[in-house]
Design a protein around this ligand. Structure first.
Ligand SMILES: C[S@@+](CC[C@H](N)C(=O)[O-])C[C@H]1O[C@@H](n2cnc3c(N)ncnc32)[C@H](O)[C@@H]1O
Length: 215
């Protein structure tokens, strides 16, 4: 039997191979773009790490706003698409790299901003501490974390009593406001938090700033 991690990898491989995945390939989320525009004023030309960048839609949006972007994903097919899209859009300043979020190949305090659009909610709970520790390690003091993650309103979860879902072999997890406060509150203060609702809705979009000291 496949391990949960293998099933997750297989899901993403299939998603990119078939092009059948539930998120836009090219169009960045307006919520993420709104946060990036705020950050453009706070940390102009700052260094940004996009974790689980997929086909690079948010990396490209960030680079177009002047950020110096590094983007990682563990799926080579996603990265080759991202490189192609970035080239087609004549977007310079993006370094795409194959890497696992659980072992980030960067020095400490390397980035002003970490952007996480849709990656956290695919991680197993047993990996959460390592996931958060990796982000904290590479983020500068008082750096920013831009997070978009499934909320309890996400449509795939409606009507189910199970908090964890394995659909097409992938882990998905939804988060309540309290889950997020418990998980991140010690390390980050919330600058802005919005819940997106609607047909496909059920997302938290959060801009957080690292605390000077853990709470
Ligand atoms: C839902 S997709 C979002 C892609 C992209 N951020 C976007 O907004 O279009 C999640 C991405 O995270 C990547 N991913 C999941 N777990 C990962 C891990 N442990 N290390 C690196 N990438 C991971 C997947 O390959 C996938 O591309």
């Amino acid at each position: 039997m496949k391990s949960a991690a293998e099933a997750n990898r297989q899901y993403f491989r299939e998603a990119y191979r078939t092009g059948k995945h539930g998120w836009a390939a090219n169009e960045p989320s307006p919520y993420a773009v709104d946060f990036l525009k705020r950050l453009e004023r706070l940390v102009p030309h700052g260094s940004l790490l996009d974790i689980g960048c997929g086909e690079g839609r948010h990396s490209i949006a960030a680079a177009r706003l002047g950020f110096r972007v590094t983007a990682i994903d563990f799926e080579p097919l996603a990265l080759s698409r991202a490189r192609r899209f970035a080239k087609a859009k004549k977007t310079a300043r993006i370094t795409f790299r194959q890497a696992d979020i659980l072992s980030l190949p960067f020095p400490d305090s390397r980035f002003d901003i970490v952007l996480d659009y849709g990656c956290l909610h695919h991680q197993r709970k047993s990996d959460w501490s390592a996931y958060r520790a990796g982000i904290l390690r590479v983020l500068k003091p008082r750096g920013f974390y831009v997070l978009s993650v499934f909320s309890a309103g996400f449509r795939l979860f409606r009507g189910s009593r199970r908090p964890w879902h394995i659909k097409y072999g992938a882990y998905r997890r939804y988060f309540t406001r309290k889950d997020l406060a418990v998980f991140f509150g010690r390390y980050f203060e919330v600058v802005k938090m919005t819940e997106e609702r609607g047909e496909d809705g059920g997302f938290w979009h959060i801009l957080e700033q690292r605390r000077a000291e853990p709470n």
